[in-house]
Design a binder for this molecule. Structure first.
Ligand code: MN
Length: 384
């Protein structure tokens, strides 16, 4: 099968970091940039240099030593582009992405620009950015709510001005997959040679699904964040998209993401921003690789595939999947007793079951071991 190599642009340090509760220091960003490089992302969007001195410093430091491509963002304003360019002075492999809102709503209710004015502003900004780097991208903010005919007119002008990768942004996360299919098919039919990058927000919970549809329609880049952090409900989650493309080979897409680095990358981010992953979060949640109900434990012991689609080692984790609770069945309890070095206690499985039935929540394996030894009068095993 011929795989189509698609690129992952990570914006954890930009869109992710600008959401409430996820602020990172310069040092945090430097650390995360190394982790993202090891993870295999194709481009790291490190920040918005004009937005704060810290963003400028982080962009400058990371881009000077990065082994992967770095992108910084700038509004279509001279000072923004100047700062973006200055932040990249010592960078090897870099891009600037200019952005501006192009929906009627943004034009009339926020930017107070006519369609002609916004096109002129965008074209001028591309010319200016090209004096700092040969790689200038453009992010179409609120593209998903823009008038399609204006979208085409705007794109024609900015491509002519030299913009390269075009981020199509569903800024408020209102798109559903059917609408995404329509939008990207229109864009790809009209601009078949253009590299489109999909930037989705998750307000309706479709960021991942929309990203997949965009790929199917011909987008070549997906913009993601670790754990899906980002404005409001966040962005397309990198670990989810990477695992979907890794598992669903039939889609025919390939990335450079090393899935065995996913747990480390997400854990490091959590540590830096003091965030706890919800236990039922796809791919990296604490419950992903655990089973405490009898039927699932029995099935897992017979063959992991019975109840596991993704394995802990796929994301670089080591997990003992069988945990004890009042829901545990005999097979699971026997398995744990054996793994605790209490094979004799297996004979008295009923004692173990009765004990567990009286417990609330999960039962710690070592506590369980002590209890079983005491109940069975086999304390000598603990000392052995
Ligand atoms: Mn965004």
């Amino acid at each position: 099968m011929n795989f189509k190599r698609i690129k992952i642009l990570d914006t954890t340090l930009r869109d992710g970091e600008q959401a409430p509760g996820f602020a990172m220091s310069v040092q945090d960003k430097i650390k995360m940039a190394k982790i993202l490089t090891a993870l295999g992302v194709d481009c790291i969007e490190v920040g918005f240099p004009a937005s704060s001195p810290d963003d400028f410093t982080a962009a400058r430091e990371i881009s000077a030593s990065a082994e992967t491509q770095i992108r910084v963002i700038a509004r279509c304003q001279e000072e923004d582009i100047h700062k973006a360019g200055k932040a990249l002075t010592n960078a090897q492999n870099h891009r600037i992405v200019n952005f501006i809102g192009i929906s009627d709503l943004h034009l009339h209710q926020r930017l107070y620009l006519s369609k002609d004015q916004v096109i002129r502003k965008a074209v001028d900004s591309i010319h200016q950015a090209l004096t700092y780097t040969p790689f200038v991208d453009f992010a179409l903010e609120d593209a998903s709510r823009a008038d399609p005919s204006f979208l085409v007119e705007f794109l024609t002008a900015i491509l002519e001005a030299g913009a390269q990768h075009i981020s199509v942004c569903d800024t408020v996360g209102h798109m559903i997959p059917m609408e995404t299919k329509h939008l990207f098919s229109l864009l790809l039919q009209r601009f078949p040679e253009t590299t489109f990058s999909a930037h989705f927000h998750n307000d309706l919970g479709f960021a991942l699904a929309n990203s997949l549809v965009a790929l199917e329609e011909g987008a070549k880049i997906v913009e993601c964040t670790l754990l899906g952090i980002g404005e409001r409900a966040g962005n397309t989650s990198l670990e989810q998209l990477a695992m979907v493309l890794h598992k669903k080979k039939s889609l025919g897409f390939q990335t450079n993401i090393q899935t065995t680095q996913l747990a480390l990358a997400c854990d490091t981010l959590c540590e830096l921003v003091d965030y706890q992953i919800p236990v039922n979060k796809p791919i990296v949640g604490g419950n992903m690789f655990l089973a405490c109900s009898g039927i699932h434990q029995d099935g897992l012991i017979k063959n992991r595939a019975n109840y596991e689609y993704i394995h802990a080692e796929d994301i670089g984790k080591v997990v003992n999947p069988i945990v004890l609770s009042k829901h545990s069945g005999k097979a699971g309890v026997q398995y744990v007793l054996k793994s605790l070095g209490l094979p004799h206690a297996c004979a008295d499985i009923q004692t173990a079951m009765t004990f567990l039935e009286q417990q609330k929540g999960l039962v710690d394996a070592q506590l369980f071991k002590k209890k079983m030894c005491a109940l069975n009068g086999k304390l000598q095993i603990i000392n052995a």
